[in-house]
Write a protein that binds this ligand. Structure first.
Ligand SMILES: Cc1cc2nc3c(=O)[nH]c(=O)nc-3n(C[C@H](O)[C@H](O)[C@H](O)COP(=O)(O)OP(=O)(O)OC[C@H]3O[C@@H](n4cnc5c(N)ncnc54)[C@H](O)[C@@H]3O)c2cc1C
Length: 538
């Protein structure tokens, strides 16, 4: 039997953004945090590098703002960048208070004003400003926040709950457009429950799973973006997808990143015949920026029709390789590749979704009572290209500002009543699951081939045609069969894929992460791509 639940706040997503919001809200509120699989399922757990923040005495807010604006290729919203950076120190102090075990800097000279935690530097940053917990920052943050959350009696953590759709006044045919809760598939009971909530938060992460190769965990299906769109929210800049140049190419490896430090230490990119190709693309060769290396690899793979290229560090002494890259060495060895004497097969992989649900500085979307925070949102911080380690920062800063906004509005919002249960009377069990698996593969492959690192108008048109066919087929399937996690994700991926294609077609220039052979130049006026659903206000 499907059930009804009532919460003051429902947070869909248990990553950095969702857990931070839950912990920042007052402890007299009844809060539910949902995760569609295990709680660790999001990208947060896998983040390695760290969090960017202005912490060292020699660093300044202006410098972090300038670096972010430069990386964003003219498209960052300066107020969003300044807001995020100005709140970076207090966000990190809050994390330290929660007990996150950031790596300390025992060498620092406190009398000289040095910072007590170790700060590292990453691409695009002109200062050391990345606070980290060794090379497993995401896990350290996630585990600490989860521990704090478990200590709080007012927060209920619900695993294996897949939000299917948002419930709004508009969808129920009532006056107004407020969000009233969500329908959620309980994977343990197989039923779709009705969760009533005064405030609903989408903290569902990115959509990199729309591509064949991705560094993201399986759940990164853009569920929040698709649900918000169906509820009447605008979305922004979905054409900007960041690709990491080197992900291990192996049928069982799924999503293992080969760190850029390998290229930093002299690893060379080669074609299957051993020939180097980076010198043909950029004078910095293998040390060119991420997007240029990813584009060169993609170009060679398409030109030669090959499945991967090779990253080769075998010319360095074996001890050096084992000592500097123990994790990469071990992981590759598990797949039968000894990197001290063999090249590593690699492909670029979708890594980060820069666009998302359009929100203001409090994380408020276009639908009243509905917030979007973290990778699922579009705040204007990243512009046309995300700067490394700004994404976790965005999760903390906007989760905290959303919490403040909810508190300020608590008294004005009553618990929604009389929500209808999910209607499953017209659907049956599917005996055609092969369709889901087939469509899922087809979608991810044509997104990779036609809407990937290098685009053309013709490729985008092909993708648009195919995604329309898929959406029709998925709609029919959705209307006739019981929902499952796979079906919900496929429906959302196809929806987000269409929005990405439409956004890419609307941009008649090459800027930041969006590169098209038909419009290689930059337009003088930088504009966001904002899409508005037919059921939106105005
Ligand atoms: C390998 C890797 C390394 C990275 N390294 C860094 C780094 O060093 N620094 C940095 O700043 N950023 C890094 N990033 C990016 C950063 O980790 C993410 O942008 C960030 O963690 C996103 O956090 P989030 O809370 O928005 O979402 P996530 O952590 O992705 O969490 C999403 C949550 O939503 C849940 N969910 C999704 N859909 C539904 C649904 N329908 N119903 C119920 N629950 C749902 C999931 O189960 C999950 O709990 C990295 C990303 C990856 C993949």
């Amino acid at each position: 039997m499907s059930q009804h639940f009532k919460h003051d706040v429902v947070i869909i997503g248990s990553g950095a953004a969702g857990l931070t919001l839950a912990l920042t809200l007052p402890d007299n509120l009844h809060i539910a945090v949902l995760s569609k699989g295990e709680l660790t399922n999001g990208s947060t757990y896998w983040a390695q590098g760290g969090v960017a923040a202005v912490l060292d005495h020699s660093d300044t807010v202006d410098s972090h703002v300038d670096d972010t604006l430069n990386a964003g290729a003219g498209l960052c919203r300066e107020d969003a960048v300044r807001f995020t950076v100005e709140h970076s120190r207090e966000a990190i102090e809050w994390l330290i208070e929660q007990g996150v075990p950031f790596t300390r800097d025992d060498e620092h000279d406190r009398e000289d004003g040095g910072y007590e935690f170790h700060l590292t530097r990453e691409g695009g940053h002109s200062h050391r400003r990345i606070i980290h917990a060794a090379d497993a920052t995401g896990a350290a943050i996630f585990n600490t926040l989860l521990e704090r959350t478990r200590e709080r009696g007012n927060i209920t953590l619900l695993e294996q709950r897949v939000a299917v759709d948002l419930i709004t006044e508009h969808k129920l045919g009532r006056k107004g457009r407020r969000c009233l809760g969500a329908y959620v598939l309980n994977r343990r009971s197989g039923e779709v429950d009705t969760h009533h909530a005064r405030f609903v938060i989408l903290a569902t992460g990115g959509a990199a799973k729309v591509y064949l190769y991705t560094s993201n965990p399986d759940g990164a299906c853009g569920d929040g973006i698709a649900m918000a769109w169906r509820a009447g929210c605008r979305v922004g800049n979905l054409e900007f997808n960041q690709f990491h140049p080197t992900c291990l190419y192996h049928p069982q490896a799924k999503s293992f990143l080969i760190t850029e430090a390998l290229r930093g230490e002299g690893a060379l990119l080669r074609l299957p015949n051993g020939e180097r190709f980076m010198p043909r693309f950029d004078p910095r060769e293998e040390l060119a920026p991420r997007d240029i290396v990813a584009r060169a690899i993609d170009h060679e793979m398409k030109r030669l029709g090959i499945d991967c290229v090779y990253l080769d560090i075998s010319h360095k002494p074996a001890d050096f390789v084992r000592n500097h890259f123990p994790t990469v060495y071990q992981r590759c060895l598990e797949f039968g590749i000894d990197i001290t004497c063999q090249p590593i097969p690699v492909v670029p992989a979708a890594h980060y979704t820069c666009g998302g649900v359009l929100v203001d500085q409090a994380g408020r979307s276009d639908v009243e009572g509905l917030y979007a925070i973290g990778e699922t949102s579009f705040t204007g911080l990243h512009g046309a290209n995300r700067m490394a380690s700004n994404s976790l920062l965005e999760c903390f800063v906007y989760a905290r500002s959303a919490a403040a906004d909810i508190v300020a509005n608590l008294d004005k919002v009553a618990m929604p009543a009389d929500l209808p249960s999910w209607d499953a009377s017209q659907v049956t069990d599917s005996d055609e699951d092969v369709i889901i698996a087939h469509n899922w593969d087809e979608l991810r492959r044509f997104m990779w081939d036609y809407v990937g690192i290098v685009r053309t108008t013709k490729r985008l048109q092909r993708a648009q045609h195919r995604v329309r066919l898929l959406l029709d087929e998925i709609d029919e399937f959705y209307s006739n069969y019981k929902v499952s996690r796979d079906l919900i994700e496929l429906r959302n991926l196809a929806q987000v894929a269409e929005l990405m294609i439409l956004s890419a077609m609307a941009r008649k220039e090459s800027r930041g992460l969006h590169y098209t052979l038909d419009y290689p130049g930059l337009l003088p006026d930088a504009q966001d791509t904002i899409l508005q659903p037919a059921n939106a206000d105005g």
